[in-house]
Design a protein. Structure first.
Length: 258
């Protein structure tokens, strides 16, 4: 699939892959991109197809106007569908070994907030809104929602949003740490793609190893985290890519020297 500009679809989700960057797009606007079992399974399958096709970075986007309206009520009421299965797509995004960037240009509601929270970087436009209204629907947050939200906005922010129903705009999400950058509405996709392309240009094995180290560091103290980085750094300087890139850097520097 690498180099393929065409879209691949899996039910309510579209997938395209070009230059090592996969774009997974929620594409069920009639149902506000709600997280049905079908939608969740399609997201998980799209992540797998993207990785199998050689994706070195993944962008998660959505057909407007709503990014994701949260869990489909019919699916939540259907006891034949295990609740854990409703989070399959989010879990697959969270476990992806490559950088993941969410482009949020509309409302993310309830379990829909989990999708950008599962990504490494969140880019928003002025239309973005984060509204984790689990409790308004009489259901406890799930899918690691509280843990992931607290990792971004802290205990107080999570209490304000999850317990008290506070809602963040795109600008406020950046201020609070839930999102990384806010851009104009018409620039959202390109801003997310720009980050993804930059990641995809870097040595794939090195990017994956650095993401592994980042994840591991979250549960370690400073000395343990430094030890993880040292092992990875020693590995990296033995790789052919390192020596080749150093050679290119030296050539560029010597070419600019008087």
């Amino acid at each position: 699939m690498d180099g393929d500009d065409g879209a691949r679809t899996g039910g309510p989700v579209g997938l395209s892959l070009s230059g090592g960057v996969a774009v997974i797009r929620l594409d069920d606007p009639a149902r506000r991109n709600a997280l049905s079992r079908e939608m969740s399974d399609a997201i998980a399958a799209a992540v797998d197809r993207a990785l199998d096709g050689g994706a070195r970075a993944i962008v998660l986007a959505a057909a407007p106007p709503v990014f994701c309206a949260g869990g489909a009520l019919d699916a939540l009421l259907d006891r034949r569908v295990p609740l854990a299965d409703m989070y399959a797509g989010m879990a697959r995004l969270a476990s992806a070994p490559v950088p993941t960037i969410a482009a949020v240009g509309g409302a993310a509601i309830g379990a829909g907030v989990n999708l950008p929270l599962a990504c490494d970087v969140v880019i928003v436009s002025g239309r973005a809104r984060f509204d984790p209204r689990f409790l308004d629907a009489g259901i406890h947050p799930g899918g690691g929602h509280l843990w992931r939200l607290a990792a971004r906005v802290g205990h107080q922010g999570t209490a304000a949003m999850a317990l008290c129903g506070d809602v963040l705009t795109g600008a406020e999400a950046v201020e609070r740490g839930l999102a990384w950058r806010r851009v104009a509405d018409g620039e959202l996709d390109e801003a997310a793609l720009r980050l993804a392309r930059r990641a995809a240009e870097r040595p794939p094995a090195l990017v994956r190893r650095a993401k592994e180290s980042l994840r591991a560091s979250l549960t370690l103290d400073e000395a343990e985290a430094a030890a993880v980085e040292l092992r990875a750094q020693r590995w990296s300087v033995e790789q052919p890519e390192f020596h080749e890139r150093v050679r290119r850097i030296r050539e560029r520097v010597s070419g600019r020297a008087p």
